[in-house]
Ligand binder design. Structure first.
Ligand code: ZN
Length: 218
């Protein structure tokens, strides 16, 4: 096991207003209004094949982030898993409802397309995998058998739209898959997680005419 050196960025959550850029129109996160969404016609299947071992867990200074090897087939296209991280409270809202925690699973295709799967968390039953991650913050090459899919609901129904990264450089043309089914963690786990980073979220952005799709699997 090795310690991970801290890296730093040149932006801060207490300075969010300065992030805005006039050329950016299709930003994330958004508020999803279920009754305004339309069914997705594509097959839309999400197949996640993540290695059951975390390579590195790091507190970046603005979020808790983890790395592991994995691939995914998202709507029949191949992506490579990049990293996962948490926002608290959550960033996307659903019918105006804000969640205490949101997990982002970031993927990239060979041609550079970014796709993020977002998982909402509510306070409820404990999730052991959250403790497994918290016990290894700023560690790399540690012995573990952690299945990140224990943080992902079995039901992969989702909302889909095109948006952006939610931190600078706010790059657009990011595919978002916001899962409808929330997971849970306990109040203790949420408090523990928020010791590292709290209020690392961006406010919801204007839709600017975008159509949000919904995909439900029978
Ligand atoms: Zn994020």
């Amino acid at each position: 096991m090795n310690r991970v050196p801290k890296n730093s960025v040149d932006w801060h959550y207490d300075d969010k207003a300065s992030w805005t850029c006039p050329n950016h129109q299709f930003q994330s996160p958004i508020n999803i209004v279920h009754s305004d969404t339309k069914p997705m016609n594509d097959d839309g299947e999400l197949v996640l094949r993540y290695r059951k071992k975390i390579d590195t867990m790091v507190s970046t200074g603005y979020c808790l982030q983890g790395y592991l090897k994995g691939v995914a087939s998202l709507n029949s296209r191949k992506f490579t898993f990049q990293q996962f991280h948490f926002h608290s409270h959550g960033e996307h809202t659903i019918d105006g409802k804000q969640f205490p925690l949101e997990l982002h699973l970031v993927h990239q295709s060979d041609n550079g397309k970014i796709a993020v799967i977002a998982v909402m968390f509510e306070v409820g039953e404990e999730n052991d995998t959250i403790d497994d991650l918290l016990n290894h913050v700023n560690q790399t090459n540690f012995d573990n058998k952690i299945n990140l899919l224990h943080l992902v609901p079995k039901n992969l129904d989702y909302y889909h739209y095109l948006g952006s990264l939610t931190t600078p450089p706010l790059t657009e043309n990011v595919e978002w898959y916001v899962l409808m089914t929330p997971m849970t963690l306990s109040e203790r786990q949420l408090s523990h997680l928020r010791l590292f980073h709290k209020d690392n979220y961006r406010e919801v952005q204007d839709l600017n005419g975008r159509q949000v799709l919904n995909k439900t699997f029978k």
